[in-house]
Design a protein around this ligand. Structure first.
Ligand SMILES: [Zn+2]
Length: 355
């Protein structure tokens, strides 16, 4: 049991220098609720090091006093100085009427202006925007699906976007791949994409890899991000991505389009009770069984709609908002204007995730 100190007493002792007050709350919590000027953030310092360097007693505080109590109890025995827990944490501090200041924004003036409409949403706010800034997404394919995904992720302030594609821009792409332009014909798609995205939002990181995903490259790409958006157009790549997402426990947003319709699904392979992409499509169709986009054709706006829906799911997942499409496939029929959700069951016989 950690030794407790009331917020008023902690404040009084910190004011006269008898106590070092350490705020364990993360940046998102501080942004959402306010700064205690007299407290130091623990940030990335290891607690034992901080305790070893302290001359006076140390009091830990978190949002509600639970995390800090646990940490106090763990560290108390080995601490060279007296270690206390601020009872009730920040909530009790504020309830006692002790000083709380407006948080300093982690965003530049330019970013604050750019994301004003996000900040206006209580569900996003600066704390949510910070989650987006810290997130990374792998975008496989800078084509029809990848175009709207890349543009909206960049516009939304997604901190790090990694784009993989080994194709070059062709004129026949421009009917749907809105990331590219006539002047970019002949360029690598990743180069054309990164120029467009940097022009759209200079405050984020764009990484490009001009390669075709293979067994030797997929793991490094997938392990390095929070979420994978699949904008590829072939089964081998989708299987490869699904397997890598299973190995590295990364969520996978799959999508496909053809003619006037499309579909998308969100998979979290490896999570208990969750299907993977291959539970849905256990076997790749033989050559010629499924016409590709080039043969069957596609109305240019369809990948725009499906890629935009993928991005909506990605942002919801990163922000922790709403009901996700997890374990389901949304089938969109553009001619009927119908949207149908189908739940996918985990397949015990699945060649990828089956036991
Ligand atoms: Zn499976």
């Amino acid at each position: 049991m950690a030794e407790q100190i009331a917020p008023e007493e902690a404040h009084r002792q910190a004011l006269v220098g008898e106590l070092r007050l350490i705020d364990l709350r993360d940046q998102a919590e501080v942004l959402a609720s306010g700064v205690i000027e007299i407290a130091e953030p623990l940030a990335d310092r290891p607690l034992p090091q901080l305790l070893a360097e302290s001359r006076q007693a140390v009091a830990l505080m978190c949002q509600r006093g639970v995390r800090s109590a646990r940490l106090c109890a763990e560290a108390a025995d080995s601490s060279p100085v007296r270690l206390l827990n601020v009872a009730g944490g920040f909530e009790a501090w504020r309830a006692a009427g002790l000083p709380v200041n407006e948080p300093r924004s982690p965003f530049s003036a330019r970013e604050r202006e750019r994301y004003l409409r996000h900040f206006a949403l209580p569900e996003v706010g600066e704390a949510g925007q910070l989650k987006l800034r810290r997130a990374s997404v792998l975008l496989v394919g800078a084509g029809g699906l990848g175009s709207p995904a890349a543009l909206y992720l960049a516009a939304a302030g997604l901190g790090r976007i990694v784009i993989v594609d080994d194709d070059r821009v062709e004129r026949s792409n421009l009917q749907r791949q809105v990331l590219h332009a006539e002047a970019g014909i002949g360029q690598l798609k990743v180069d054309s994409a990164s120029a467009r995205l940097r022009a759209l939002n200079p405050d984020i990181e764009i990484e490009t890899r001009a390669l075709r995903l293979g067994r030797d490259t997929v793991d490094a790409c997938v392990a390095d991000v929070d979420l994978v958006i699949d904008g590829s157009d072939n089964f081998p790549t989708r299987y490869l991505l699904n397997a890598a997402c299973l190995r590295h426990a990364r969520p996978l947003l799959y999508a496909a389009v053809e003619r006037f319709s499309g579909q998308l699904g969100l998979f979290a392979p490896g999570r208990s009770g969750q299907p993977c992409y291959r539970c849905l499509f256990p076997d790749a169709p033989g050559p010629g069984e499924v016409p590709n986009c080039a043969e069957a054709g596609v109305l240019g706006v369809l990948p725009g709609i499906i890629g935009t829906l993928q991005t909506l799911e990605a942002l919801k997942m990163l922000l922790g908002l709403g009901d996700s499409l997890l374990g389901q496939v949304l089938v969109v029929d553009g001619l009927q204007m119908s949207f149908r959700k189908i739940r996918v069951s985990p397949d015990p016989e699945c060649p990828e995730c089956g036991s």
